[in-house]
Write a protein that binds this ligand. Structure first.
Ligand code: COA
Length: 264
């Protein structure tokens, strides 16, 4: 099934069991204004229970930018209470991405600054064009990362590196981002769409409930001690044991064929 929808400046395409969300404000480096942020928040809520796809890709329109963070032109017009509302909304968006029951890939097609890097940090896997630049630039604007960046960046790259990046507000190239573990893979810009789609296809062929529970165990287990984490893993496994897909995996192995998983 192929579905394409557009809410405000967010394009949603569902095909081959992959849902691609594209930030569509290329003339403003895909910066997040209230409308786009709200579209993302709403869409992630709606898609949460959808059975139409198995993996999500988040990307930006055009070749220049993934997302240049908060719309600073709009921000200049906002009174403090609206700024607070914006920050609460971007937090909700990044939390919804991190907690999305299906794997989410950030396909970073260009600049990812401030909230742009924070969106990517909230995804499960980050793959970037070799032309991409990333950075939490907020302290240079007199603010701090508010979309989870102060928490998710240290968890990926370590406390010292995160502090160095946030305190200096410096932008780093994709190669350095990969070296420090901020992103998982760098590919030639022209191959980004195809390679992120291939990655999504590779994931989508595996059992949906197993993917969901593996993500759950990693996410929640990472935030606790090993013994508690191992308990979480056992509980996640308990969810999988009664599934039809587990039996299908065994049957396909015995019959030397590809498994057909239904998420049941
Ligand atoms: N908010 C609103 N508009 C933005 C924007 C943002 N975060 N980032 C870029 N734009 C706009 C520019 O103002 C410009 O619009 P204009 O043509 O109406 O002036 C357009 O996008 C293109 O950007 P421009 O600056 O001309 O391109 P560039 O290649 O010289 O630089 C950036 C692009 C993204 C590096 C630069 O605009 C920038 O540093 N933006 C701020 C990014 C940032 O720090 N975000 C964190 C926010 S917390």
């Amino acid at each position: 099934m192929t579905t394409t929808a557009k809410t405000s400046e967010l394009v949603i395409d569902i095909s081959e069991q992959i849902c691609t969300l594209t930030l569509q404000r290329p003339q403003l480096a895909n910066a997040l204004n209230f409308d786009l942020l709200e579209a993302l928040r709403h869409t992630l809520g709606e898609l949460r229970c959808s059975g139409d796809f198995r993996v999500c890709i988040l990307t930006g329109a055009g070749e220049k930018a993934f997302c240049a963070g908060a719309d600073l032109k709009e921000r200049a017009t906002l009174p403090p209470e609206q700024v607070r509302r914006f920050i609460a909304t971007i937090r909700e968006v990044t939390d919804r991405l991190a907690d999305f029951p299906k794997p989410v890939i950030a396909a970073i097609n260009g600049l990812a600054l401030g909230g742009g890097t924070e969106l990517a940090l909230a995804c499960d896997i980050r793959i970037a064009a070799d032309t991409a630049l990333l950075g939490l630039t907020e302290t240079s604007l007199g603010i701090i990362p508010g979309g989870g960046g102060t928490q998710r960046l240290p968890r990926l790259v370590g406390k010292g590196r995160a502090k160095e990046l946030i305190f200096t507000a410096r932008r780093i190239a994709a190669a350095e981002a990969a070296e420090i573990g901020l992103i998982e893979k760098v590919v030639p810009s022209a191959e980004l769409a195809q390679q992120s789609r291939q990655l999504a296809r590779n994931i989508a062929q595996n059992a949906p409930l197993a993917l969901e529970m593996a993500k759950w165990a990693i996410n929640y287990g990472y935030e606790t001690d090993l013994l508690t984490g191992l308990q979480l893993e056992s509980r996640a496994y308990d969810v999988i044991i009664p599934t039809k897909d587990r039996l299908e995996g065994l049957a396909a192995f015995q019959q030397k064929r590809k498994p057909i998983y239904r998420g049941e």
